[in-house]
Design a protein around this ligand. Structure first.
Ligand code: HEM
Length: 267
């Protein structure tokens, strides 16, 4: 099986798995989860139309992007029907999540001016740490879920076959038995990336290294180019329980603050 086929089969499988969960009524009871599956509230049909249009565009005029590479491999390696679920998955898993990581990180940093100042003083050295701490402190994916394939016992509690188990990543990342001062946002935190923001086990996020790279670059460049960034208005958060992040963050790009102004700022 070619690489493309494997990924497409995997993406289709993931969709079926989600559809199964939806069938149990879980998603119907949780419209926020449906929003995650339908970014921007687009219906599946709308998303499919959008992607088909994009496939056409890239067939005519390829660019240096993944859709152009997919359509170039069409035929032996991948069919149009396989490309749709793969692109939808990549849109939700790869885009929505990382956008919210970057905005949650910026919000956290601007809400803790001493830490923003520290990052601006050493963007190269601290951007990756800031991204990692944002992943722990305010993870863009707040929960995952599993359906038990057989009866199991979890933390002393019986789980029936077919029962849904929801894992609260946001809460686990602030476990006081794991982290000192778990509620404190601290980009200098020691101890390595032990958080669950990318889940764990066989479903551990495939795109975690790309997400870490994107967030690190975004924070580094923001700190280098706009050290005077401050919040300038009310933040509006998404009305969702799985994906967490702001819809709107008004900011102002003023002059860089003098180092003394930030010293003593509470974290
Ligand atoms: C900050 C950014 C991201 C976060 C917080 C995140 C989070 C997660 C989480 C929590 C899971 C596991 C879901 C579960 O256990 O059921 C997951 C899986 C996955 N992620 Fe990400 N992700 C991010 C970025 C990306 C990117 C950039 C890509 C691809 C370009 C990606 C692709 C995937 C895929 C394909 C899976 C499914 C893996 C599997 O089920 O085996 N993710 N992600």
């Amino acid at each position: 099986m070619s690489d493309f086929r494997q990924v497409a089969a995997f993406a289709a499988g993931l969709y079926r798995q989600r559809a199964d969960i939806a069938y149990t009524g879980y998603l119907r009871r949780d419209p926020m989860a449906l929003l995650v599956l339908r970014p921007g509230r687009a219906s599946d049909a709308e998303l499919n139309r959008l992607f088909k249009h994009l496939f056409e565009l890239r067939r005519r005029e390829p660019r240096d992007d993944i859709v152009s590479r997919l359509v170039a491999a069409e035929g032996d390696q991948i069919t149009p029907a396989e490309m749709l679920p793969m692109c939808s998955l990549l849109l939700v898993a790869g885009f929505e999540t990382t956008v919210n990581l970057i905005s949650n990180a910026v919000l956290a940093l601007l809400g803790h001016p001493g830490q923003w100042q520290a990052l601006c003083a050493d963007p190269d050295g601290l951007a990756a740490r800031a991204a990692e701490e944002a992943l722990r402190w305010d993870p863009p994916v707040q929960r995952t879920s599993r359906v038990a394939l057989e009866p199991v016992e979890l933390a002393g509690k019986p789980v029936r076959k077919g029962q849904l188990v929801v894992t609260l990543i946001g809460a686990a990342n602030r476990d006081p038995e794991v982290y000192d001062h778990p509620d404190t946002f601290d980009i200098m935190r020691e101890g390595g990336p032990g958080h669950l923001a990318f889940s764990s086990g066989i479903h551990y996020c495939l795109g975690q290294s790309l997400a870490r790279l994107e967030a690190t670059m975004a924070l580094r460049m923001l700190a280098e180019r706009m050290p005077g960034l401050t919040r300038a208005g009310t933040v509006k958060r998404r009305n969702a329980t799985t994906i967490r992040g702001p819809v709107r963050v008004p900011v102002a790009a003023g002059p860089a603050p003098a180092p003394a102004a930030a010293a003593g700022t509470p974290r």
